[in-house]
Design a protein around this ligand. Structure first.
Ligand code: FE2
Length: 234
């Protein structure tokens, strides 16, 4: 059963950039699908947790970043670009506003000119790495866009821009944010996981975010960072 589910998830990840298993599965099944797909590099419990938010804040170099452990909305972004797949298992959902919001950047090459795509490939952002959530994070740089023979690989975190960009890069970042705003208007994919459902996304194709939830929300997702054994683009 796990093998069949994993094959279905991979098929959807390759075709649509995401896979929503909209039937209840046990946590061990979710874990087995993820393990079949690749190496689970990090497990995080995503829920409102003031102590955890404070711990993360202390280990972060960029203090203005939003936190998944708080109730505030999270703008569209990627997670650690070294991770191919992000996966969430729903343990408890918020009945009002717990949807996970997705934007598919698949059409990026048709929105930007070849020169702009080349510019985005040289425009760096910070990304942070930690092997445990309690570790002090380390910051590295990566381009917003990497294009190779298999496709486009996007990385975007609007709170991890470098301190300054030249004029051309500033215009490109502005255009990228307009691209996202346009897509947000008409093409946001909203996935409301119910208890025991799960969602997998291609972290280098699909940007994810969330609306604000109430500060006493019981929404609780377990998130995996997965490095896959498979190339999702071929
Ligand atoms: Fe995230």
């Amino acid at each position: 059963m796990t093998e069949a589910l994993c094959a279905e998830v991979l098929r959807n990840l390759k075709g649509n950039g995401f896979a929503h298993i909209n039937q209840p599965v046990s946590f061990p099944t979710f874990e087995a699908i993820a393990a079949e797909m690749g190496t689970i590099e990090l497990v995080s419990e995503i829920r409102i947790d003031a102590d955890h938010a404070q711990q993360l804040h202390q280990t972060r170099k960029v203090k203005t970043r939003p936190s998944p452990y708080k109730a505030d909305a999270l703008g569209f972004h990627s997670d650690n670009p070294g991770m191919d797949v992000l996966a969430w298992y729903c343990r408890e959902q918020d009945p009002k506003s717990g949807a996970t919001l997705l934007i598919d950047t698949n059409d990026l090459p048709s929105y930007f000119t070849a020169a702009e795509l080349a510019g985005l490939s040289k425009l760096n952002l910070w990304y942070s790495v930690r092997s445990k959530e309690s570790d002090e994070e380390q910051l590295f740089q990566i381009p917003l866009l990497i294009i190779d023979s298999t496709g486009c690989y996007v990385y975007y975190q609007p709170w991890l821009f470098l301190d300054s960009y030249d004029e051309v890069q500033t215009r490109l970042l502005q255009k990228f944010s307009e691209y996202l705003a346009d897509k947000q208007q008409t093409q946001t994919i909203s996935i409301e996981l119910t208890k025991r459902e799960c969602l997998f996304i291609d972290n280098r194709r699909i940007l994810h975010g969330r609306g604000a939830i109430s500060s006493d929300s019981h929404r609780h997702l377990t998130r995996f960072f997965i490095r896959t054994f498979h190339n999702l683009r071929i």
